[in-house]
Design a protein around this ligand. Structure first.
Ligand SMILES: [Zn+2]
Length: 174
């Protein structure tokens, strides 16, 4: 593999690590010319997976579509390329764990949201608001409130005005 900095043709592996589920390997590499270190992630491709869309049509699974959605949700948010790869990886492992040859776009969306929630809350809200198109303002505000403060989530019903303030704060961030 070429060095991403100086483009030298050879890099050596300095460390290999099998990730917890045993389904992928992360390699630390070092450029033999400029000593730049980087890591690569080798994992299983999701082949033979069919995605069933809302209208019932089917298409082959395409990692690129999830990547595009994630990049959109994470626009201007702080994250590293490596963490992004790990996020994508975790999402695909979740899909794989279902052990089914078909998955609905809705199920993929839920898996992505689930992982995004722990990765970046703002990105999660962006993704969820597009994806789930919250039925009404109240549901959306509840969701925001839950995210912004564990405490206010527990008191959500009686303290709706707190959630509304939280929603306004987040709107500014978005
Ligand atoms: Zn180099």
């Amino acid at each position: 593999m070429r060095c991403p900095v100086c483009n030298f043709y050879d890099t050596k592996v300095v460390d290999s690590r099998l990730l917890p589920e045993g389904l992928s390997i992360r390699r630390r590499r070092e450029c033999e010319k400029c000593q730049f270190r980087f890591s690569t992630l080798e994992d299983i491709e999701l082949l033979d997976l069919t995605v069933v869309k809302h209208d019932g049509t089917r298409e082959a699974y395409d990692r690129g579509k999830i990547e595009t959605g994630l990049h959109k949700a994470l626009e201007k948010r702080p994250y590293t390329a490596e963490n992004f790869q790990l996020l994508l990886h975790a999402i695909e492992r979740d899909i794989q764990k279902r052990k089914k040859r078909e998955i609905t776009t809705q199920d993929i969306g839920e898996i992505v949201m689930n992982r995004l929630k722990g990765f970046d809350k703002i990105a999660y809200i962006r993704f969820a608001s597009v994806y789930r198109s919250f039925e009404d303002v109240e549901t959306f505000q509840k969701e925001l409130g839950k995210l912004l403060s564990g405490k206010s989530a527990r008191r959500a019903a009686s303290k709706r005005h707190a959630d509304t303030r939280a929603a306004k704060r987040v709107k500014k961030l978005l």
